[in-house]
Design a protein around this ligand. Structure first.
Ligand SMILES: [Zn+2]
Length: 104
């Protein structure tokens, strides 16, 4: 099992998905500002802004597979996975899917 790594003094986070183990390339690591930015966005419930963030994140972070199926934590972006356990990530992904599919 891989865990998030924080490099002291650099403010850099190497966040791995607890469900599928995917992680961004080190040169595309997140900063310590990314998880709170994502949390704020999610709390805002702004679907347009959340979708824009997810599109941007896909250029950095892509989930892999688990048991030959797409990772159940899709569509969570990398920063959402910071310090989450696998079952929490799957529950949060379900909540996010419901939010994105909901009508205003
Ligand atoms: Zn994943």
């Amino acid at each position: 099992m891989m865990y998030d790594v924080q490099l002291p003094g650099y403010g850099v986070l190497l966040i791995a998905c607890k469900v599928c183990g995917a992680r961004p390339e080190p040169e595309q690591a997140y900063t310590i500002a990314d998880p709170p930015r994502w949390t704020q966005l999610l709390e805002s419930g702004d679907k347009t802004a959340i979708t824009a963030y997810l599109m941007q994140d896909q250029t950095v972070f892509r989930h892999g597979t688990r048991k030959d199926k797409p990772c159940p934590a899709i569509p969570l972006p990398g920063p959402a996975l910071h310090k989450l356990a696998g079952h929490e990530a799957i529950a949060m992904a379900d909540d996010l899917k419901a939010l994105l599919l909901s009508q205003d």
